[in-house]
Design a protein around this ligand. Structure first.
Ligand SMILES: [Zn+2]
Length: 214
């Protein structure tokens, strides 16, 4: 009969706590940060393009849209959160996915056409979240104008999200007829206040935004 002396395998060292996220067994902030990033942030091959001519909160929103991490009704429901309905609060016709809200909702989808007409540009084909956020890459604008146009696109995403939230949580239902005007006004306000080099005149902004010089 084989007998094993387990005591010979035990070490006579005091018990201690170890940090399993680092091979050194010692706690480090960087290993914790790496663990959280890998677990919480979805990897994507879409480049994040931060635009400092609009507030940071708008950049964060579009970043989350790219990652499909916006709490739409469908997203909330799929994560086990009980929601009253998963239908789009704007059109009430289809499930409120991230793609539907920002690109496919029949009640708001003409906003992208109106922006294309306003700037004298062709719409990307196909129209997707990714193609809209990289729209400026395929248009014939100078670099500084492309940054202004990017700011307009980001502002539009922000206005869509706020329009949706106002319908669900607001006390006054926003008017769809004023949605495009809201985008134009907000983009003008932010860009003209954050980019002093841009000679933004209200008339040029309304009628020939692609003529704006720096
Ligand atoms: Zn809809």
């Amino acid at each position: 009969m084989l007998t094993v002396d387990f005591n010979s395998y035990l070490q006579t060292v005091p018990d201690r706590l170890g940090w399993s996220l680092d091979i050194s067994d010692i706690f480090s902030v960087s290993s914790t940060r790496s663990f959280l990033d890998n677990g919480l942030i979805t990897s994507t091959d879409i480049t994040t393009r931060w635009n400092n001519w609009v507030p940071i909160k708008l950049n964060i929103l579009t970043w989350r849209v790219k990652l499909q991490s916006i709490p739409t009704r469908e997203t909330l429901s799929s994560t086990g959160i009980l929601v009253e309905t998963i239908m789009c609060p704007i059109c009430s016709c289809l499930v409120e996915t991230v793609h539907h809200l920002f690109v496919g909702c029949s009640d708001l989808m003409d906003i992208w056409t109106r922006i294309a007409i306003w700037w004298g540009l062709n719409l990307p084909d196909p129209i997707t979240i990714h193609s809209l956020l990289s729209w400026s890459d395929i248009v014939t604008l100078r670099a500084s104008q492309r940054k202004i146009f990017d700011a307009v696109v980001i502002t539009t995403f922000w206005c869509i999200w706020n329009f949706r939230n106002a319908i669900i949580f607001g006390t006054v239902i926003p008017k769809k007829a004023l949605f495009f005007d809201d985008v134009v006004h907000k983009a003008f306000f932010w860009i003209s206040n954050r980019c002093k080099k841009a000679k933004l005149g209200w008339s040029t902004w309304l009628h020939n935004p692609s003529f704006i010089t720096m």
